[in-house]
Design a protein around this ligand. Structure first.
Ligand SMILES: C[S@@+](CC[C@H](N)C(=O)[O-])C[C@H]1O[C@@H](n2cnc3c(N)ncnc32)[C@H](O)[C@@H]1O
Length: 246
């Protein structure tokens, strides 16, 4: 597989001072996956891990190499014994270059998620760990439209996002803040993320809020194809067991 694809936009850096690695959101992802496909779901209606082929899992955007290792460990846990390959994508070259000592089933790939090319494979599971916060509304629409065509029938896109908490943002559905280095950082309401996905032809199958600490609450959203076996469900709720308020 090629290690780059699509149009290169040059290196742009994101929140270098405050990078939260994949592992920090793992309790939320675990809760979501258990409810969608695992022992906590009332009855399993669909799963990304049913095909006889190895599952294709993508981590879309990672600043730190730790995130890829943490994502790999988490996927091994939720896939149980199902084989999978993991593709680690980032538009910047630095995260890709920092990846060393990868397992054979992990492939680094540099490029934009809006033009992601995984050589004709379908995505069974994709994680976006705060990556949607770096997409403008136009990029978000382009991404959802593109990923819809890459998802397997019962594939899932699971995202951790910082969502809007300001009054103005609640009004407008979207606010732009600046990172320390001037990069725009987008915050959306959960509702506007769901709307973007719906317009692109995806359905939202889960929205949760996770109170990470007294001062930080993040949102988790899961999307699938319209024809997936997952029921549509976009009512945000707080997982009680996921709220270890520190
Ligand atoms: C905030 S960081 C991710 C933090 C994450 N918790 C981690 O370290 O793994 C966002 C990452 O997504 C990448 N990114 C942002 N927009 C992207 C896009 N449209 N396509 C591919 N990568 C993107 C950035 O280069 C950056 O490395």
């Amino acid at each position: 597989m090629e290690t780059t694809f699509g149009i290169q936009t040059g290196d742009r850096y994101y929140d270098r001072l405050d990078v939260r690695s994949f592992g920090e959101s793992t309790p939320m992802y675990r809760g979501m996956v258990r409810r969608l496909i695992g022992p906590a779901s009332a009855h399993i209606v669909a799963s990304p891990f049913t095909s006889t082929e190895p599952a294709t899992v993508v981590i879309g955007g990672f600043h730190s190499p730790d995130s890829v290792h943490e994502a790999d460990g988490f996927v091994a846990e939720v896939a149980e014994c199902h084989p999978y390959s993991l593709i680690a994508v980032d538009r910047n070259s630095a995260p890709i270059q920092r990846l060393t000592d990868l397992e054979a089933h992990v492939t680094p790939l540099q490029g934009n998620l809006q033009t992601l090319d995984i050589g004709g494979k379908h995505i069974d599971l994709m994680f976006l760990d705060f990556t949607l916060n770096f997409m403008s509304p136009e990029e978000l629409s382009a991404f959802f439209t593109h990923v819809k065509n890459l998802l397997a029938k019962d594939g899932l896109v699971i995202a951790a996002v910082d969502t809007v908490r300001s009054l103005r943002g609640l009004f407008t559905g979207h606010v732009v803040k600046k990172c320390f280095d001037g990069m725009p950082r987008h915050e959306y309401t959960e509702g506007s993320l769901v709307e973007h996905a719906k317009k692109a032809g995806l359905k939202c199958v889960m929205v949760v809020e996770w109170r990470v600490s007294r001062s930080l609450c993040i949102s988790g959203l899961a999307f699938s194809r319209m024809d997936s076996g997952f029921p549509e469900d976009s009512d945000a709720r707080i997982f009680p067991e996921l709220n270890p308020i520190r």
